[in-house]
Design a protein around this ligand. Sequence first.
Ligand code: 5AD
Ligand code: SF4
Length: 459
Amino acid sequence: MDRPTVYIETYGCQMNVSDSELMLGALASAGYEHVEKPDGADVILVNTCAIRDHAEQRVVGRLGELKRHMKRDSIMGVTGCMAQRLGPQLLDKAKHVSLVIGPDGYRALPALVDGARRGERAIATTFDLEEHYEDFSPRRFDKVKAWIPVQRGCDYRCTYCIVPTTRGSERSRRLDDVVRETRTVVAEGMSEVVLLGQTVNSYNDGTHDFADLLRAVGDVPGVRRVRFTSPHPNDFTDRVIGAMADVGAVCEHVHLPMQSGSSRVLKRMLRRYSREGYMECVERIRAAIPGVSLTTDIIVGFPGETDEEFEETLSAVREVGFADAYTFIFSPRDGTPATRLPAEWTVPESVAGERLQSLVETVRGIARRSNLGLLGTRHEVLVERQARRGDAMLMTRTRDFKTVLVPGDASMLGRYLTVELTGTTGSTFTGSVVHERQPLPMAGHDAAHEAAVASLVTR
Ligand code: 5AD
Ligand code: SF4
């Protein structure tokens, strides 16, 4: 008999992508075949995000659409943050959904899916502070870079944020387990790893901190690029910054969520740093890592945000000169402390919309000016994927996270090239290949040796 099939759709952050990879791994071990289209799949999973109302509304719409792709005996499961947040309400509202599983419940997935295929409906939303899915073999979507979760949950309590509710308290994987997974992905042919955690640089497994982790992962032979997301400014200790500077594989890019440039707003958000504190963090990172590029997350329209406070965000964006920013309008999430701020502090939608617009323009203007200045320069890029299907263009990235489109075909995926930047849209680049970097030996050489070889190849 044919193997049963599973289709999965993922919303939200990289942690969710990584969780989807774990779920697919668990189901593959249980005999399921992964399919790329929902039509007629035996199992349809939607791995959801709860960060903003808009994210949830998209999922609600999508659940309705996906219903049309179900056979009579298909089952649908909702997993992830929205599943955790809404639990039984989801089963009540969407009768075609039979499983609701939160981020700590994926161990039971194969059994729950079997049950659902026999007609049962189930909810699994209990937190498990020990759960890191160590014995799972993730089925990775990406063949070039590996998402590696190093920490789950979050112990900060930013007043706008639903994540502590949906993902529970912070816990770190053991350093040895992260290194083991890194070795596995290198053996599978990947040379870039992205360490994931809600406040990833607060990583601590009881014995090792994030500095130890960066050094250990960066030392794994064959690892050429290490990234991490998302750090919290307060967890950039001198040890962590020192490790970032020392470890050759750690890329010169930090995604450093700022949220606001106003100390008063930051206080209401309970971010635990001021504007000055954030700027100091930026300076320490820049002093240690020459040429580092910074990107950020910013929320506008947080309750009580005045015009002046918003102007402080604009001026902070100019002062730092972010390479890019993800910008959001504040979205009240049920149960978070921000919903208990005085109702008259609510920023009208139209005002928040205008602020977002002007923030986006400011960010774009800064990026465009800086990117124009980079035309003609040469960079090492990693070929991540084909730009579009059927297109003879490749999407590549520099170490400092700039996107460069270069001509080429699928055979070049995963390779390192030296490119010259020839054009820019303002945000992304086009480039021409100057030469291909020789593949480095995969095993038996340490990072210092690799760096030495790489520098020879550049010249
Ligand atoms: N409203 C708007 N944006 C939010 N974010 C988190 N919670 C909210 C919310 N309630 C943003 C933050 C965070 C990013 C992942 O999403 O900027 O860094
Ligand atoms: Fe969305 Fe946050 Fe959950 Fe990621 S952790 S899926 S961003 S709510």
